[in-house]
Design a protein around this ligand. Sequence first.
Ligand code: ZN
Length: 164
Amino acid sequence: MSYFEKFLTTNQAYAALHGTAHLPLKPKTQVAIVTCMDSRLHVAPALGLALGDAHILRNAGGRVTEDMIRSLVISQQQMGTREIVVLHHTDCGAQTFTNEAFADHIQQVLGVDVAGQDFLPFTDVEESVRADMAILRQSDLIPDDVIISGAVYDVDTGLMTEVR
Ligand SMILES: [Zn+2]
């Protein structure tokens, strides 16, 4: 049995509690959060967010990629968000490899040459937050008056610390 079958069952109980309520499409807080896919980071409860409150955009590392900017532009220009939080975390999977070693691994396992591709690993989590905030500030697609903040979430304690 796959997990998906379990999800279908579990979701029925969730939907029963959820009931029918149509929230507005535009996030109430006007905030978009850029963060990692890490399973130990439950963004909504960690930040006190409820349904309909914020956009949560996730990828490996919580990095500001071209596709992340695509989502942010839609978030801001179609759905009214005015603030961005870059939230990386301790013990991130993006700290566990280098591009070179990962390309070797992919070549061995999948037989695909990804040499030269940047999978956006990092060593210093505060520096990765600063680098991604800088990319946002320099982007022509992100207006200058958008508030951009950064933080590191500690997966062991649940505590979020601002990065300046
Ligand atoms: Zn991560």
